[in-house]
Design a protein around this ligand. Structure first.
Ligand SMILES: *[C@@H]1O[C@H](CO)[C@@H](O)[C@H](O)[C@H]1NC(C)=O
Ligand SMILES: *[C@@H]1O[C@H](CO)[C@@H](O)[C@H](O)[C@H]1NC(C)=O
Ligand SMILES: *[C@@H]1O[C@H](CO)[C@@H](O)[C@H](O)[C@H]1NC(C)=O
Ligand SMILES: *[C@@H]1O[C@H](CO)[C@@H](O)[C@H](O)[C@H]1NC(C)=O
Ligand SMILES: *[C@@H]1O[C@H](CO)[C@@H](O)[C@H](O)[C@H]1NC(C)=O
Ligand SMILES: *[C@@H]1O[C@H](CO)[C@@H](O)[C@H](O)[C@H]1NC(C)=O
Length: 324
């Protein structure tokens, strides 16, 4: 108790005075993950040190003396999230491992020992990378969404080939209750949308991800027949076919067999190496809608969008499928 008391008091005195900073170490942590705040002390048979957060409100993070963790004065914000490398403390390693990092953890941390008047400051910054970008085409509007990002992201469109006019587009950014950012953008295609490909990039200082929308010209088919929906994948791409945006038809991961959802098993006739889907369509009520092939790469999503119309009158269907 007295030992801890002295550690705490000395730290507070030190903090109210001027802290001699020995050159900050910068540590970048990923939101939700864990990271190590380094601190190396002079090896000593009786290691005594503590970790304190010194930006904003001073917070007691983790103390060590009498050869064990002393968490009596630990701030509740750090409860259950800190640990030391116990087997290496005697060798002078006083590094702190911080788990489930969140935005409040950002700032300066002091590793302090009263024995040698030795201080090390670590500056912790957080990032939450752009993990996923969702792109959709509904009613002549392409929308793009992503979320759980930090710091604040930006969204940019690129349209190829570029139409003569500037396209109406809007972007919205929201901060969620954890301080992360959600972003969404929409782009009105005021012309025949199949004449361009649309790419949306979401990025911040630390990460970037792109989603590409390739609209295929609308297709027509007769009921109770087979139709080939084309996609441009390789056997090594992670490919997913979906119906009306939210229903998964099938998925094939690199080098693996395809997995077809139960309710689609009687409709899926074949999936070619290039990812094209041979589908048996029944009626307009069941089979008409939007089919999407999504390829997922390390930093990009690539979507082929096909509107399929089922023409109930077989004569009309034949007529519509003739080349123009
Ligand atoms: C302390 O030990 C951990 C675990 O082995 C290691 O990752 C870290 O680099 C060490 N830090 C220092 C400052 O020696
Ligand atoms: C798209 O247009 C259809 C028909 O005009 C309408 O029923 C539907 O609600 C629209 N969808 C969206 C997302 O605006
Ligand atoms: C989106 O809107 C901005 C501002 O109005 C404009 O500068 C930009 O060119 C638009 N993007 C596209 C792809 O048309
Ligand atoms: C869209 O991308 C696909 C695949 O790269 C390409 O075959 C097609 O020509 C592009 N479409 C337009 C309108 O540029
Ligand atoms: C849009 O362009 C595509 C490809 O150039 C064509 O197949 C389709 O019929 C056009 N749609 C309209 C409504 O003009
Ligand atoms: C298919 O993808 C390959 C490589 O990704 C690309 O070179 C080719 O242009 C694409 N073709 C079409 C028709 O999209």
């Amino acid at each position: 108790m007295t030992a801890l008391g002295s550690v705490v008091v000395q730290t507070v005195l030190l903090l109210t005075g001027l802290v001699v900073v020995q050159g900050d170490t910068q540590v970048g942590c990923v939101f939700g993950g864990s990271c190590v705040l380094p601190c190396r002390l002079q090896p000593n048979s009786d290691m005594i040190f503590d970790w304190v957060k010194i930006s904003g409100m001073k917070l007691q993070v983790h103390s060590y003396y009498n050869h064990r963790d002393q968490l009596e004065y630990q701030d509740p914000l750090y409860k259950g999230r800190t640990s030391l490398f116990h087997d290496q403390i005697s060798g002078g390693n006083a590094s702190l491992r911080l788990a489930r990092v969140n935005l409040q953890d950002q700032g300066r941390y002091l590793c302090h020992t009263s024995i040698s008047e030795y201080n090390q400051v670590t500056f912790v910054t957080l990032t939450a990378p752009v993990a996923r970008v969702d792109i959709r085409l509904v009613n002549n509007t392409v929308t793009c969404k992503s979320g759980g990002i930090y710091p604040r992201p930006q969204l940019t469109w690129s349209v190829s080939p570029r139409p003569a006019t500037v396209l109406q587009n809007t972007t919205e950014v929201h901060e969620d209750d954890q301080g992360l950012y959600d972003i969404s953008g929409s782009l009105r295609t005021v012309y025949n949308y199949t004449e361009s490909n649309y790419s949306c990039s979401v990025q911040n200082e630390h990460s970037a991800r792109k989603a590409m929308m390739r609209p295929h010209p609308p297709m027509h088919s007769a009921p109770k027949s087979e139709v080939l929906l084309s996609c441009n994948a390789t056997g090594l791409d992670d490919i997913t076919w979906t119906f009306n945006h939210d229903q998964t038809i099938l998925r094939r991961q690199a080098g693996q067999e395809k997995v077809v959802e139960t309710e689609w098993q009687q409709h899926v006739r074949d999936l070619s190496e290039s990812g094209s889907l041979l589908l048996y369509v029944t009626s307009s009520a069941q089979s008409e809608g939007t089919y999407r092939c999504t390829l997922r790469y390390a930093d990009e999503e690539d979507v082929t969008h096909i509107e399929l119309k089922i023409l109930e009158d077989p004569i009309e269907a034949q007529f519509q499928s003739l080349p123009a």
